[in-house]
Design a protein around this ligand. Sequence first.
Ligand code: ATP
Length: 228
Amino acid sequence: MSETPAPLSPVGVLGGTFNPVHYGHLRSALELVQSLQLEQLRLMPCAAPPHRETPTCSATHRAAMIELAVAGEPHLACDSRELRRSGKSYTIDSLMDIRRELDAGQSLCLVMGCDAVLDIATWHRWQELLDWAHIVVIARPGWHLPQAGVVAEWLESHHLAPEVLRQRTAGGIVIQELRPLAISSTEIRNLLGVGKSARYLLPEAVLDYIKTHNLYEEEPHFMNFEIS
Ligand code: ATP
């Protein structure tokens, strides 16, 4: 764990598939910027997720939707570095890469919802993540942190008060309770797939993009019948 004082505002990174980006991501990102006084929070779309199927919606489309969603908000940005790498998109590689670009004394925070923390012990080189960044865990409706086992012990042993974040550049885990918004990309894809509206769950500009590029359209099941 680095003990270098970090007077600069921390940079945050929220990784995910963002298939598509929605207000649950965006509002959490902005609230974190404010509560942790981050210089910036970057939404980083995963090109080839190691633990789930690569989405049929391309990483280029997913990044373009993030760009539209954060346009005009100076504290939020899209970080497309995983689109420029080949092979699986391992978070540890991205953190090492970002760390090289930051000032030596600047804190880096990897942000994740508590659903993502539950399977963190299956992530590539997961115990090295804290060598490069702090981890900020955000509560998410319907999900709870583990109370026992290796991940629970890891959370407990690295727990840090939010005020201490900028005194070290990496190595601590902060738990943040933000405004709960029960929105998921899965739900949005399901709504669009059966021709229902997803309006007010995600930015209008993103919905327009989805419509223009015919994303998430599937034949509703009741259309799949044969006429004899
Ligand atoms: P899917 O339904 O396809 O799994 P998702 O809505 O969970 O997608 P991801 O792109 O997988 O979105 O999420 C990226 C990150 O944002 C994850 O760390 C996830 O926990 C977090 N996140 C997603 N939705 C919310 C939400 N409504 N509130 C807080 N965090 C969220």
